[in-house]
Design a binder for this molecule. Structure first.
Ligand code: CA
Length: 441
């Protein structure tokens, strides 16, 4: 899973010209999966692989016999599972790497299959990405940025920002899968109980402090049986790939409801994910060490402490958040950058999150989505939500339109982007995760 091979070679070029543009998110070294539909194909949905400005219809490639033996991967009992990305997610590590190598070969400059493949390419602009990449049975959200946890903690508990469990336990909660939506879906402002008048009873009104949270999501590949756990040394074998996640949050609802059981209606009205799943294989060049703990910090307990995980379990992914208000759209003002952070600043690795999740025997299933929690860094410009950026609304942000924001207003669009860069390798991107706020009913 950390293996760098010929598919990462920075000199590889594709016969799909747009994949060779220097700033594309989708060069031949990336090859992320998606689920798409297009009138240009038929009225079905298909598994695709994004390449430059095109989507390769993988179902059609399989039907045409272009993927060879890979579709009969023994790890899934020879059962043909094309049509559901979950089938590919459940492949063994070897099966996934073989599929990646084959797709890379097919799309490479000079490929003998170019003519047969051309008819299976669809311009991304003609595709609709409206379906989940997988059947997401369960969704879990962690809280793994120590900077985010410290900032938020210090607003609510100035003397004691970080709770005593933080450096031992990857903190998380069970989210809701049914309200996960794909990038581009409008988000209706939720209503809920607000008790900002401390002396008065709560009122039921549209949220006044609607926020986003910039997170990285990851999909479970192979699951584990109920009652078994996943050793930290095997964790990465169970992770298929990553996407961008916006964990929309209603801070006023959250502040009133969160004790003693944690987030509930403040979070489960909507979660937006980007349509592309960038595989762990594509991310191999962008692995880094786990968070370097302060010498006074405890080391992770044994079941969360693996040599490989400490050495390469981190991820160097840059994350950016932009806002464009209705006024900015009307006046043709470009989206405004709110923050830039990086997943290498997370206190826990995704492998530790997954191992911890299964450590009590909880069975994870193929297609389950986990998210890291808001990715914030040390600096103010690296804060991954408005709660932190505006310090609970006390330090509003000035926008180029002359407007100010404490929290999100109706008509605001949040745009998240992610990309990886490392000297000696081709830049790859995660695409975009967008969502616009509609007024409450
Ligand atoms: Ca969150």
């Amino acid at each position: 899973m950390y293996e760098i091979n010929e598919t990462h070679d920075p000199s590889l070029m594709s016969w799909v010209e747009s994949a060779n543009l220097p700033n594309t998110d989708f060069p031949i070294q990336n090859l992320p999966f998606c689920i798409f539909g297009s009138d240009a194909v038929d009225d079905e949905i298909h598994i695709g692989v994004r390449i430059g400005n095109e989507v390769l219809n993988l179902d059609a490639c399989a039907d045409a016999g272009l993927l060879g033996e890979i579709e009969d991967d023994e790890s899934i009992g020879g059962e043909r599972l094309w049509g559901l990305l979950d089938g590919i997610m459940a492949f063994s590590g070897e099966g996934r790497r073989a599929l990646r190598s084959r797709i890379s070969e097919l799309l490479r400059e000079g490929s003998v299959e170019q003519t047969s493949l051309e008819s299976h390419l669809v311009p991304a602009a003609d595709c609709l990405f409206e379906d989940m990449p997988a059947v997401i049975g369960d969704y879990t959200d962690f809280y793994c940025s120590i900077y985010h946890a410290t900032n938020v903690g210090s607003m609510f508990r100035p003397d004691n920002p970080l709770l005593p469990n933080y450096k031992y336990v990857p903190i998380g909660y069970h989210g809701r899968a049914s309200s996960i939506v794909i990038s581009g879906t409008d988000i209706k402002r939720p209503k809920g109980q607000n008790r900002s008048e401390q002396e008065a009873p709560p009122v039921f009104i549209p949220s006044k402090s609607l926020d986003y949270e910039m997170e990285l999501g990851f999909f479970v590949g192979r699951g584990n049986e109920l009652g078994t756990s996943i050793p930290i040394s095997d964790a990465e074998q169970h992770i298929f790939g990553v996407c961008l996640v916006n964990d929309w949050s209603a801070r006023d609802i959250q502040a009133w409801e969160y004790q003693p059981l944690g987030p509930f209606l403040a979070k489960n009205f909507a979660t937006t994910i980007s349509p592309y799943v960038v595989t762990m294989d594509a991310l191999a060049p962008f692995r880094t060490s786990a968070f370097e703990r302060d010498p006074d910090d405890p080391q992770p307990l044994g079941y969360l402490n693996g040599e490989q995980n400490q050495k390469l379990g981190g991820l160097d992914i840059n994350l950016e958040v932009y806002i464009q208000t209705e006024k900015m759209r009307d006046e043709k003002i470009e989206p405004h950058l709110l923050s830039r952070s990086n997943t290498k600043d997370l206190y826990w690795t995704i492998g530790q999150m997954l191992t911890h999740h299964a450590s009590n025997g909880c069975n994870l299933q193929t297609g389950d989505l986990m998210a890291t929690g808001t990715v914030s860094g040390k600096e103010k410009s690296e804060r991954g939500c408005l709660l932190e950026l505006t310090w609970r609304g006390t330090e509003p942000i000035d926008l180029p339109s002359g407007e100010q924001r404490r929290f999100l207003e109706d008509g605001d669009e949040i745009i998240m982007k992610g990309y990886c860069e490392r000297e000696g390798f081709r830049r790859i991107g995660l695409g975009e995760c967008r969502g616009r706020i509609l007024p409450a009913d």
